[in-house]
Design a binder for this molecule. Structure first.
Ligand code: AMP
Length: 381
């Protein structure tokens, strides 16, 4: 008999987890997602849905009673509530790990205690702490919300003394940390997996290009030397050694001008920079996550073909119903997430541009240039 899988969050990540789960019916017989939005992406591909807030205690209890295993696609779940329902369902990654990761201050403290390089940071309890911190970090520096931030929405880059007050007030009393600015030359990431028996595998290092703090493009593999790749993968493995819990972890890193690796942050879940694996690898990150939490042998993570992932984001200048982009062609894999409404910079889908015939990254980048205009989201008539 297959297990019933509960997922907190039914957005695009929950959707692609559901699709992967549907391909292993002997292991997973049913998928239930908890998501506040009616007709969420995961429910459109066959997951049952409990409609409630991610932190709704009664809904989480209901989900745990209906599920054998619980996992999440967002890191903002309430770790204390999750801990209290562990008697009903196995939860992976563990609520303890979630608790550390979902608070950027605890996460960075944990990493630096384990000798993993992170940007300099301090906890902020008052505007005077910000002023004090800036004296040693200089400008720019980043004021960040400790919790519930995603796609860069919890960051404020302070460029000068005049901006301190505005930055502090922007967060309206949220818990904060201040971080030293890293003048990185590239952002890279490693998708790593650990199964419930402790087996660990990492996907190859990829390069990430952000626009307005949101991931726009992932290049797999990253255009770096083999020494840099080795360094990044070694740090990723070290992180997996110290972090408890099974599943996929998205490890975001900065590559400095001196070719050092500094960890930006870790997501305890499948990650946007791993979407290339849907076509570039034998085992997608979604299948891998399920294999990890089910205690199965982890699949092959080798990059079989060069791939560029390009996010399809809502246009800055409109909100509302939109025309679904139409992009077809050899080596082009468009995935839309079934979201009815476009909002500025909302992640609506992605396209993987895949080197099916051994094309180089340069060739794939040229191909991306020729189709970019087709990814622009316009209002429906
Ligand atoms: P975050 O949401 O904290 O991952 O930040 C979103 C983006 O802001 C990152 O992908 C970086 O492009 C940028 N960023 C965050 N922290 C720093 C930092 N300490 N130095 C430079 N850029 C940063």
């Amino acid at each position: 008999m297959g297990k019933i899988l509960g997922i907190i969050g039914g957005g695009q990540l929950g959707m692609m987890l559901t699709e992967a789960a549907k391909k292993m019916p002997e292991r997973i017989s049913k998928i239930i997602v908890l998501d506040p939005n009616d007709d969420c992406p995961a429910s459109q591909v066959g997951a049952e849905q409990i409609i409630a807030d991610f932190k709704d205690k009664d809904a989480i209890i209901e989900l745990s009673k209906k599920s054998d295993i619980i996992t999440y696609e967002i890191e903002s779940g309430d770790s204390d509530i999750l801990k209290s329902v562990e008697k009903n369902a196995q939860i992976n990654p563990s609520p303890e790990t979630l608790k550390i990761i979902q608070d950027k201050f605890l996460q960075k403290s944990f990493l630096s205690e384990n000798n993993i390089p992170v940007p300099d940071f301090i906890k902020i309890d008052s505007i005077d702490d910000v002023r004090e911190g800036l004296k040693s970090y200089g400008y720019p520096a980043l004021l960040k919300a400790r919790r519930d931030a995603y796609d860069g929405r919890g960051n404020y880059k302070i460029n000068s003394e005049e901006e301190i007050k505005k930055a502090y007030e922007y967060f309206k009393g949220q818990k904060l940390l201040l971080e030293k600015f890293v003048p990185f030359k590239m952002e890279v990431s490693v998708i790593a997996a650990r199964n419930t028996h402790g087996q660990i595998k990492t996907y190859p290092l990829v390069e990430n290009i952000h626009e307005r703090n949101i991931l726009r493009e992932t290049i797999a593999p990253a255009r770096v030397t083999s020494e840099v790749t080795k360094k990044a993968e070694t740090i990723a493995e070290k992180i997996m050694d110290v972090l408890k819990g099974a599943g996929i972890f998205g490890i975001e890193m900065f590559l400095t001008q001196e070719n050092e690796i500094i960890i930006n942050e870790i997501a305890p879940r499948v990650h946007n920079s791993g979407h290339h694996s849907l076509q570039s690898s034998e085992t997608s990150q979604f299948e891998q996550h399920l294999r990890a939490i089910l205690g199965l042998e982890l699949g092959n993570t080798k990059l079989l073909r060069n791939t560029i992932m390009y996010n399809i984001l809502g246009n800055l200048d409109f909100s509302g119903e939109y025309k679904t982009p139409q992009i077809t062609g050899e080596g082009l894999f468009l995935k839309m997430y079934g979201k009815k409404i476009s909002k500025p910079l909302r992640k609506l889908g992605h396209i993987n541009i895949v080197g099916l015939n051994g094309e180089s990254i340069d060739v794939l980048l040229e191909k991306l240039k020729t189709i970019k205009h087709k990814t622009i989201v316009i209002p429906s008539d």
